[in-house]
Design a protein around this ligand. Structure first.
Ligand code: ZN
Length: 122
């Protein structure tokens, strides 16, 4: 069974009921879950809380990130640079893959005209 690390990217502790038990993940910390559970947990609806001004309380942001645990992964592989998409958080192994991802998914959303032209060139 593949396992995942479930990271809480919020600066506040994340507490959420999942399958009858409470999952508590400290700020910037992770818990381990089976991959299927982790995916379900990540996508589970977490009700937002709003303050009187209608602004969402930071504690109710669900900032969960999954990282698959690869058996026997070397330290070198762990330190590998990840190219993260600014728009959706997608992680690509190489700059080239990230570029392809952006071209496919976010070309219309790109605000930086120069970057856009750069991408459209090739
Ligand atoms: Zn993206």
């Amino acid at each position: 069974m593949r396992k995942c690390r479930v990271y809480n990217d919020n600066t506040l502790e994340h507490r959420e009921m999942f399958r009858g038990s409470e999952i508590v993940i400290g700020p910037g910390k992770f818990v381990e879950m089976l991959r299927d559970d982790a995916v379900m947990f990540k996508s589970q609806f977490y009700p937002p809380k709003f303050n009187k001004g209608g602004v969402q309380e930071r504690e109710s942001f669900k900032m969960i990130r999954l990282e698959e645990i690869v058996e026997g992964a070397s330290k070198g592989a762990k330190a590998k640079k990840v190219h993260r998409c600014q728009a959706c958080g997608f992680e690509a192994d190489t700059a080239k893959l990230l570029k392809a991802h952006i071209q496919e998914n976010h070309l219309d959303q790109m605000i930086d005209e120069d970057a856009r032209k750069e991408l459209e060139k090739d």
